[in-house]
Design a protein around this ligand. Structure first.
Ligand code: NDP
Length: 500
């Protein structure tokens, strides 16, 4: 356990926020839910209930969708000059920055993660991302092009495209980076001129609730951004709402597929960022110390609750023994404690249910014949802790090698050739991310194109940037977040052909 370090004391604003009776945010105002049902919100470090939120029912979802639809149709947002929309989104970023410590503490209290991660990644990274996307508001362009239409003799044509906002966007966010991924969904939608209904995970709704007041203060007109808190039923009601034109979702592959099926009935546009079972390949020349540090960072950052986490490590046979020994030692030495303790390297996972899921994965792996070198159990203390685990002898068809665990656990497997490493790395239904660890340029350039994944890092892992597209091959999803083209997914292309 981490000891001797100063626990962060929650700000008065955080304690005050937790005492409030939170509602749903619709038409620019807080309202009580239409029904009486509320959801408990837990502190994963203790298992205590810290506040409650509305479990929004179908009527609440309808109110939110109607509000977003009205705001879209009456031009409350698209009617503003693009530069004015950009200015308000930039102010929204400023307000997130000004309230960063409060947001970071709320994130840690609700999600369980280290305050360092909340401060420097989730909240610390948000303003830069928000400003990048806000800047795209004024850069939405179409094309003009020549055509060869010969139907009307003598007529000439001017042909061009416009990019128009798609309409009401349902943004459904997960519990691993609640604020950050919520912003990845709402910012490009708003920048494109859409209106939004946000549904955070029932496990981690708090920073999304706080975000609504900041959006209002930034000058987002009523109805442009709405929030319904609730469980999977709330999400399903939103997906099925007839006024929704586009769904942007991050979460499990199973829920992503269910959403895609519902969306198909109405030809809804979807962006789906789903799970990963991401490989990291360590070639024989990778320096052991750097390789182990990379494996710890890639596999255990945010307690492994990262869609891009390197949960499958493939290591050249010649370095397999020293690598595995050093990794097990490093992982065993990680201090465990609450997220508010800045010295704790492993923190509770997000929920009691998720902890049980991880423990079940470990038990199944053991039954299947894998060896757990370290961790994989829960320390005897309150809160949703799981000791970080290193698993070896896991055959490629074991559940532990194929299913996303989304916790502090990696499997380590030796390989004898680069061809074998690539084959093992690609032996998955997913394809979100991968990394290759070597200083051999020729081998890097040979391997990178052969990996079937949306991002391949070399000598690093888990690094994202607003300017670098991020998304999955295969069952890891559809579409890409980030990059100068990120608004395209929130627009329709309209061709305009003028005869003159
Ligand atoms: P889900 O995919 O079920 O949840 C993600 C979001 O979708 C939540 O807001 C959830 O609401 C909502 N939701 C659930 N069911 C529906 C539905 N039918 N229609 C619309 N929205 C719905 O993830 P879980 O929380 O159950 O986590 C399960 C696993 O998913 C994890 O163990 C991990 O493997 C993976 N995962 C992957 C993530 C990623 O970043 N790619 C993020 C989170 C999880 P609610 O939470 O209220 O039920």
């Amino acid at each position: 356990m981490a000891n001797g370090s100063e626990m962060v004391a929650p700000l008065a604003a955080v304690s005050g926020f937790l005492r409030q009776q939170h509602g749903v945010f619709i038409d620019g105002e807080w309202r009580p839910g239409r029904g009486a049902e509320r959801l408990d919100v837990f502190d994963p470090a203790t298992g205590d209930v810290i506040t409650t939120v509305v479990n929004a029912n179908a009527q609440d979802v309808d109110d939110a969708a109607q509000s977003a639809h009205r705001a879209f149709e009456n031009g409350a947002w698209t009617g503003l000059p693009a530069a004015e929309r950009e200015r308000r989104l930039l102010k929204f970023a400023d307000l997130v920055e000004q309230n960063a410590e409060e947001l970071a503490q709320l994130e840690t209290l609700n999600q369980g993660k280290s305050i360092n991660i909340s401060r420097f990644v989730d909240v610390g990274g948000a303003p830069a991302y928000m400003r990048y996307i806000a800047g795209l508001t004024t850069k939405i362009t179409g094309e003009t092009f020549d055509v060869s239409i010969g139907a009307i003799p003598g007529a000439r044509f001017n042909a061009s495209t416009r990019r128009e906002p798609v309409g009401v966007v349902a943004a459904i966010a997960p519990w691993n980076f609640p604020l950050m991924i919520g912003l990845w969904k709402i910012m490009p939608a708003l920048a494109a001129g859409c209106t939004v209904v946000l549904k955070p995970s029932e496990v981690t709704p708090l920073t999304s609730v706080r975000l609504m007041d900041l959006a209002k203060e930034a000058g987002l007109p009523a109805g442009v951004l709405n929030l319904v808190t609730g469980d999977g039923r709330t999400g399903k009601a939103l997906v099925d709402h007839p006024l929704v034109s586009k769904i942007t979702f991050t979460g499990s592959t199973a829920t992503g597929k269910a959403i895609a099926r519902s969306a198909a009935d109405r030809m809804l546009r979807t962006s789906l960022e789903l799970g990963g079972k991401n490989p990291a390949i360590f070639l024989a020349d990778a320096p052991i110390e750097q390789a182990v540090q990379g494996a710890v960072m890639g596999g255990f950052f945010n307690n492994g609750q990262v869609c891009a986490a390197s949960s499958r490590l493939f290591v050249a046979r010649s370095i397999y023994e020293p690598f595995t020994k050093a990794l097990a030692q490093a992982v065993e030495g990680m201090s465990i404690g609450p997220g508010l303790d800045p010295a704790a390297q492993i923190n509770p996972v997000a929920s009691a249910g998720h902890r049980q899921k991880i423990l079940d994965h470990v038990q199944r792996a053991r039954q299947d014949g894998a060896r757990i070198l370290t961790g994989g159990d829960s320390p005897d203390r309150p809160g949703y802790y799981v000791r970080p685990a290193v698993v070896v002898d896991a055959a490629a068809d074991f559940a532990i090698s194929r299913q996303e665990v989304f916790g502090p656990l990696v499997t380590v497997t030796p390989f004898d050739s680069e061809d074998e490493a690539v084959r093992l790395a690609n032996d998955t239904d997913m394809g979100l991310a991968a990394s290759v660890w070597t200083n051999d340029l020729k081998k890097t350039m040979d391997i990178v194109p052969r990996i079937k994944a949306g991002t391949v890092w070399v000598n690093c892992h888990n690094l994202v940037d607003p300017n670098m597209p991020f998304g999955g091959f295969k069952e890891s999803g559809v579409g890409r977040d980030f990059g100068v083209r990120s608004l395209e997914a929130y627009t329709e292309v309209k061709s305009v052909c003028i005869a003159y």
